[in-house]
Design a protein around this ligand. Structure first.
Ligand code: ADP
Ligand code: MG
Length: 718
């Protein structure tokens, strides 16, 4: 009974996007049951609190706070230390509290309608410091010579002055020693938020029940959820805040692991997927016709994927491999495997050019094999499209390659067995999900050239099985990478001219950063003009940028791919997987504005043919980090190493490059900094599922309920 219930439950959970699921449920906190099982008041809307009307309700909603529980679990991101600090121990730029006697009248100076400064001198023991408040002219009236004052602010050690941030009460004895600081916006002030959190705590503290089983909490000396809420919002000591954070981190990882392992358990369930009994002989025959021998890594991953497809479970696998490691041929082999078992297969890629390229390659590869392929993109004619759709529906077509066009309404399959998604990080989680829902739960293979350091893999791909190609095909000439200063631009143009003269093609890339698209476009246009001056007499130069229409972009990419353009000046829109063997130079301007992973991806666009290739980084980095990045790039071609460095230097966001990656957001925990805790949580949850797979034990029932509630929330999301 219970087993069926859970299976159905997980089924719906699996279909929803994991990223959304995790962040939504983590943000909303947990389900609370009273002993009798009745749902408690924590799910009440915030409007039950005094003073919360429609306006305040909307303000809170803009922070994602809807219920009492949301409020209680809306944790601060840092604390200000309000304990008075001895200046002898103060570090430069430290935020601290000082206490002293006002020894001058406050002086106000104004510079324009909204800018002002209030200066006052404070005697602290035997020294006198200057305290300045910017743009808060009303504070002038708060100071009087001879008064005692306690002020929180930022200390400048060299000038022995304090930039004041807050005046603290000096008389009151029960001034807390720490102040929690929250993320707020213009709709909700921090003071209001804090008052509401206090009110929620007063009202419902006794209703906060625990999710993490008591035995685990005891073993790891973790707080109860009520202690956690108290320690996060109202710590009496820094030690209490620290202990609360430790518990908060564990709890967040624990619930995250609970969700992804529940998903994995569902996928492993044999009644929940397709068995694809492919024809091994046929695969061997295909592999024998390849113009090269597969690398050992390619053979290994083909075996892993095929074995997984043959099993009746649902495959959810990631194939990762550095740029140029040969993922396309692996995809081709496994797509063919599905076809030999009588299924249809689909390959989805992020751009039309890439779709056409894959289509051309696979058409050639399958020339003598019983595969009927189709290409479906945004520019497929209406007539052709209608024809393709009908062939897909009745099963005459057994392999379809395409872009987003594949996930539109009206694209229906006869028997879809396998979906392969290339450059998967380019698709939003929802797009990936739609294609997968088109068949009877087809197996899924996602491919990515963005190597994920081990420390991030659990978070990013925790619910998938991973196959890795960790070897490049033999005989690849390494790409020579050179770092040049802007005043060496003549040398850059000389290299480009030489290459164009010898019939090779060149990429010239400028950064594109969303906040300043205008400036970036100007940069690209300027470079285009300069490039035409420098190289235009030797071959055609073209400009490609993100503000062009998709079909314009595709047209230019196609012309470049056909060799009709010598130099392509472009913003980063070219980053994705195209294979242009005749391109030998990747020149990246303002290279210090890119992360390492992105530079590596760009560099991987060249060096795919017989000719030796080079990557030119043109940059005058403004800081140590920028210099370090340029140097690392010239020293290594190893994508994993670069990803690890990127993570250390700039954080996870840059590896994924976009928000749609589906990387769950944690509120308290830091998946990199708190990695050991994440690993511990992974093991602990695995142990729970091992001993009690259906979460029937009494202390596991809140966890089952938690998963059930996740599903409900998902229902409302869909
Ligand atoms: P990526 O993993 O970046 O998608 P591709 O699949 O585009 O890489 O492969 C890059 C190039 O390497 C292609 O031109 C492909 O034909 C070639 N290639 C793939 N596998 C091998 C191999 N085992 N030996 C030699 N060349 C290979
Ligand atoms: Mg590729």
């Amino acid at each position: 009974m219970r087993g069926t219930f859970l299976r159905n439950l997980y089924k719906s959970v699996r279909l929803a996007s994991l990223g959304q699921m995790v962040s939504n449920t983590l943000i909303s906190g947990l389900l609370y049951f009273e002993k009798g099982g009745a749902l408690m008041a924590l799910t009440d809307p915030v409007t039950v609190l005094p003073g919360v009307g429609p306006k305040r309700e909307a303000g809170l909603a803009s922070l994602g706070i809807h219920t009492i529980r949301d409020l209680l679990f809306y944790f601060p991101y840092r604390y200000d230390d309000l304990k008075v600090k001895d200046l002898a121990e103060a570090a430069d730029q430290e935020k601290l509290t000082v206490k002293g006697i006002v020894v001058t009248d406050p002086v106000i100076s104004r510079f324009g309608p909204h800018r002002s400064r209030v200066n006052v001198k404070l005697q602290i023991e035997r020294s006198v410091i200057l305290v300045t408040f910017f743009n808060q002219p009303w504070l002038k009236d708060r100071f009087q010579m001879g008064d005692e004052a306690a002020i929180f602010g930022k200390w400048d050690a060299k000038r022995r002055s304090l930039t004041g941030m807050k005046i603290l009460a000096t008389q009151s004895q029960d001034q807390p020693s720490m102040a929690a600081i929250y993320t707020v916006n213009k709709n909700v002030r921090m003071g209001t938020l804090l008052d509401l959190i206090k009110a929620a705590w007063e009202r419902d503290q006794q209703n906060i029940n625990d999710l993490v089983p008591a035995s685990i909490r005891e073993h790891y000396r973790l707080m109860s959820d009520a202690q956690l809420v108290h320690g996060m919002h109202f710590p009496d000591t820094p030690a209490e805040a620290k202990a609360a954070r430790r518990t908060g981190v564990f709890r967040e990882f624990f619930l995250f692991q609970l969700q992804i392992q529940a998903l994995k358990q569902l996928n492993a369930n044999s009644s929940n997927g397709l068995a694809i009994p492919y024809d091994n002989q046929a695969l061997r025959a295909l592999i024998a016709t390849l113009p090269f021998a597969l690398t050992n890594a390619q053979k290994r991953v083909v075996n892993e994927i095929c074995a997984d497809m043959r099993r009746p479970n649902h495959m959810n696998r990631l194939l990762q491999g550095d740029v140029g490691s040969g993922k396309t041929v692996v995809a081709a082999i496994v797509l063919y495997a599905a076809v030999t078992a009588g299924f249809q297969a689909a390959l989805m890629v992020p751009t039309e050019v890439l779709a056409e390229q894959h289509f051309a390659k696979l058409t050639k590869l399958f020339k003598d094999f019983p595969v009927k392929l189709g290409l479906l993109t945004g520019s497929t004619s209406t007539k052709k499209r209608r024809e393709l759709l009908s062939e897909l529906r009745d099963g005459r077509l057994n392999l379809i390659i395409g872009t987003h066009a594949l996930i539109q309404k009206g694209v229906d399959f006869h028997a879809l067995g396998l979906v392969v998604i290339d450059e998967q990080h380019r698709f939003g989680v929802n797009q990936r999900k739609i294609l997968q829902e088109k068949g009877q739960k087809p197996d899924l293979l996602s491919m990515t050239a963005t190597p994920i350091p081990r420390t991030l893999a659990i978070t990013a791909y925790g619910e998938m099985d991973v196959s890795t190609i960790d070897e490049l095909p033999a005989g690849r000439k390494p790409i020579a990478t050179m770092w040049l200063r802007k005043n060496q631009i003549d040398q850059v143009y000389r290299i480009i001219r030489e290459q164009v003269q010898s019939g090779s093609q060149v990429f010239a890339i400028t950064p594109l950063i969303a906040e300043s698209e205008k400036i970036d476009l100007q940069n690209a246009e300027q470079l285009f003009v300069d490039m035409q001056k420098a190289v235009g007499n030797l071959g055609p130069v073209a400009l490609l940028h993100g503000q062009m229409k998709p079909d314009e972009k595709d047209q230019i990419m196609r012309a470049f791919s056909d060799g009709k353009i010598a130099v392509l000046v472009s913003t980063t829109v070219v980053e994705v997987g195209v294979d242009i063997p005749n391109a030998t130079v990747m020149a990246i301007f303002d290279a210090d504005r890119f992360g390492l992973s992105q530079l590596h991806q760009l560099r991987g666009r060249v060096g795919r043919g017989q000719k030796a290739a080079q990557c030119l980084l043109i940059a005058d980095p403004k800081n140590e980090q920028g210099i370090a990045r340029m140097e690392i790039m010239t020293k290594t071609n190893d994508g994993f190493l670069l990803a690890q460095k990127d993570l250390e230097m700039r954080g996870s966001g840059d590896i994924f490059g976009d928000k749609q990656s589906g990387l769950p957001e944690f509120k308290v925990a830091d998946p990199v900094g708190d990695f050991p805790t994440l690993e511990a949580a992974q093991k602990i949850v695995a142990q729970i599922f091992k001993t009690d797979p259906h979460l029937l034990q009494s202390d596991h029932q809140p966890l089952a309920a938690y998963l059930a509630e996740s599903r409900q929330m998902l229902g409302s999301l869909d």
